[in-house]
Ligand binder design. Structure first.
Ligand SMILES: [Zn+2]
Length: 96
């Protein structure tokens, strides 16, 4: 583990900031690393799908998917005091 070049690259992308754009919780875009446009990463059930050739042609977990996963992990680690993420806790409290 840790020797996977896609994983390493994905971590690099995630730590670089501004490469990843959150469209919504199930959709992200990651800038192409050769500077031409961006790829869409969409959550399909429990799996991420990416529009890049590496993922669509080789069916591997590409660096963009790694990047989104790393960025999600970073987000969570930066949100202290939010122990409960169940749906109810996100609804506005009703005043009685
Ligand atoms: Zn990709």
């Amino acid at each position: 583990m840790g020797e996977n070049p896609r994983e390493l690259k994905g971590r690099e992308i995630a730590e670089n900031g501004n490469q990843i754009k959150r469209v919504n919780p199930l959709a992200y875009t990651v800038k192409s690393q050769n500077g031409n446009g961006a790829y869409s990463i969409l959550k399909d059930g429990s799996e991420w799908k990416c529009s890049c050739p590496d993922h669509t042609h080789r069916n591997v977990k590409c660096k963009h998917i790694w990047a989104v996963e790393f960025s999600l992990a970073l987000r969570e680690s930066r949100q202290p005091n939010r122990s409960c993420t169940c749906p109810d806790s996100r609804l506005p409290r009703l005043r009685i």
